[in-house]
Design a protein around this ligand. Structure first.
Ligand code: SF4
Ligand code: SF4
Length: 247
């Protein structure tokens, strides 16, 4: 049986997720036992007009990208959004709270219109249907391998549906709310082994919300620690577009 052909594409992003995948060593070789990579701009010059799985990094932030995205969708049987930018808008979502004129002036003060951009940065699902996603900024490469293997075998992606708090507690951390900080761990998807809260930080939501996040529980926590719920809504602005922070 022939191996599925996989092509990688990038839109508005830092390309850090693709780089993380290239840094995979033995796992990438193992993955090549079950897939053929036919296009990956960061790694090879070959291109392909046909592929079974498209892995798309970056958010949809320019009208002119719509045509390319639609073409990818028409060609691929399966479209995977790779990383926070493609999955939930990612760090590009920050610009959505400013006008396009402001954003253009800040980025290119001498020639603002050089900065082509839509009114808003959106996840790839804002332009085309997405079949699966791999969360994170950057992605967890082990999770990338797992999701691709599962999809090739016709299984569900297998992402955790419980929140970061679960992994944080398994790591026996003291909750950062005890230190007066705000954390999105109660409502954000686990799978990163609570890397931020286990290393002196807080969860800032790069993996997006879990399905059916328990917002009432988050409200109770904020009330218990005398914190304003607006802090949570503001924290979500860092990685999530409006559509992705609806709870
Ligand atoms: S630090 Fe954050 S992730 Fe950890 S238990 Fe507290 S709220 Fe949950
Ligand atoms: S703890 Fe939160 S911000 Fe940090 S990697 Fe995990 S999901 Fe992302």
């Amino acid at each position: 049986m022939s191996k599925p052909k996989v092509a990688f594409f990038d839109f508005t992003s830092c390309e850090g997720c693709q780089l993380a995948i290239l840094n995979l060593e033995t796992e990438l070789l193992e993955l090549l036992d079950i897939i053929d990579i036919v296009e990956f701009r960061e790694a090879m010059s070959e291109k392909s007009d046909t592929y079974d799985i498209a892995v798309i990094e970056g958010s949809f932030s320019r009208d002119k990208d719509l045509k390319r995205l639609k073409k990818i969708r028409e060609t691929a049987g399966v479209v995977i959004a790779l990383g926070a930018c493609a999955h939930i808008g990612g760090i590009n979502s920050l610009r959505n709270n400013q006008t396009r004129d402001e954003v253009q002036r800040i980025v290119y003060p001498d020639n603002p219109t050089l900065y082509e951009t839509n009114k808003k940065a959106l996840p790839i699902s804002g332009a085309i249907k997405v079949d699966a996603f791999i969360p994170g900024c950057p992605v967890d490469v082990g999770e990338f391998v797992k999701v691709v293997k599962n999809l090739v075998l016709g299984k569900a992606p297998g992402l955790p549906t419980y929140p970061v708090c679960v992994e944080c507690k398994m790591n026996e951390n003291t909750c950062v709310y005890e230190y007066g900080k705000t954390c999105l761990g109660p409502i954000v998807r686990a799978g990163c082994n609570a890397v931020c809260t286990s290393n002196g930080g807080v969860c800032i939501g790069c993996r997006g919300l879990i399905p059916n996040p328990n917002i009432n529980s988050q409200k109770d926590i904020m009330e218990k620690y005398g914190l304003n719920m607006n802090l949570i809504m503001d924290s979500m602005n860092l990685f999530m577009t409006e559509e992705n922070k609806e709870v």
